[in-house]
Design a binder for this molecule. Structure first.
Ligand SMILES: C[S@@+](CC[C@H](N)C(=O)[O-])C[C@H]1O[C@@H](n2cnc3c(N)ncnc32)[C@H](O)[C@@H]1O
Length: 210
C-alpha cells in the first residue's frame, strides 16, 4: 500500500457541496445525487472493493473525488487508479486535485471507446457510481456483463446506489449480487452493492472433471 499523505494534503473539499448541487440542478439525471457521498459511505465502498489484488483500479463516475480520496486514504497507489468522469468541469477539478491519478473525461458506459485499448486492460476492482435508475434492467445487466469482461480473476465490482433492492439483478454464470450493511451516515442512508464473479459454472465443470 502507498503512503499518500502528500497527495491527500493537496486535496480540499471546501465548496464541493455547493458545486455538486449546482451541477445537479443542471443535469439531475446524470448526477443522480444532490450531494457528494459521505466519507463513511465512500469508506464502505472502498472496504468492499477488491483493491488488495494486484492490478489497476477503475473508478466510474468519480464526481469531485469523494471515493478517489477514500481509495487514497486506504493506501491505494494513485498510479493504479483510472477515474472516468463525464462532466468536463468535474474532470478538470479531479486532474488538478489528484495529479497522479489517471483522470479521463469521457463516457464510463463505453469503456472501449474511452480507454481506447480494444478491451485489453483488466482491472483488480471496478468502483461504479454512475446513476443507472433510468436504464431498463436488461440494459443494466448487459452493461455489467461488459464490465465483468474487464475484471481480473477474483476482482469485483462495487456500486454506490440509494436503491433498496439490487440495482442490477444477478446474471447466472457471470455475476452474483450482495450488499453491505446500511451506512446511516449518508444522505440518504444507503448500502454498497457488491457484485462478484459467479464461479458456479466453473465449479460445476470442475466437479464434472473430478
Ligand atoms: C452520484 S454522482 C457520484 C459522485 C461521487 N462518486 C460521489 O459518490 O460523491 C455520479 C457521477 O457520475 C458522473 N457521470 C454521469 N454519467 C456518466 C458517464 N456516462 N460516464 C462517466 N461519468 C458519468 C456524473 O457527472 C457524476 O459526477
Amino acid at each position: 500500500m502507498a503512503d499518500n499523505s502528500e497527495v491527500l494534503a493537496r486535496d480540499g473539499d471546501k465548496g464541493d457541496m455547493a458545486r455538486f448541487f449546482a451541477t445537479w440542478v443542471r443535469h439531475p439525471i446524470a448526477m443522480g445525487a444532490v450531494a457528494p457521498s459521505s466519507r463513511a459511505y465512500c469508506r464502505m465502498m472502498v472496504e468492499k472493493a477488491t483493491t488488495e489484488l494486484d492490478g489497476p483500479v477503475l473508478e466510474l463516475g468519480p464526481g469531485l473525488g469523494a471515493v478517489t480520496r477514500a481509495l487514497l486514504e486506504k493506501g491505494v497507489d494513485p498510479a493504479r487508479i483510472t477515474s472516468i468522469e463525464y462532466d468536463r468541469d468535474f474532470a478538470d477539478a479531479l486532474k488538478t486535485r489528484f495529479r497522479e491519478v489517471n483522470v479521463i473525461q469521457g463516457d464510463g458506459f463505453d469503456l472501449d471507446k474511452t480507454l481506447k485499448d480494444q478491451g485489453a486492460t483488466r482491472f483488480a476492482a471496478i468502483l461504479f457510481a454512475i446513476p443507472i435508475v433510468s436504464m431498463a434492467q436488461e440494459k443494466r445487466q448487459a452493461l455489467f456483463r461488459q464490465y465483468f469482461k474487464r475484471l481480473l480473476p477474483g476482482g469485483n465490482l462495487t456500486q454506490l446506489s440509494y436503491m433498496w433492492s439490487p440495482p442490477v439483478r444477478p446474471v447466472e454464470g457471470v455475476f452474483t449480487v450482495d450488499s453491505s450493511d446500511i451506512v446511516w451516515n449518508n444522505i440518504p442512508p444507503a448500502r454498497v452493492w457488491i457484485y462478484d464473479q459467479d464461479r458456479r459454472g466453473t465449479d460445476r465443470a470442475n466437479e464434472g472433471n473430478a
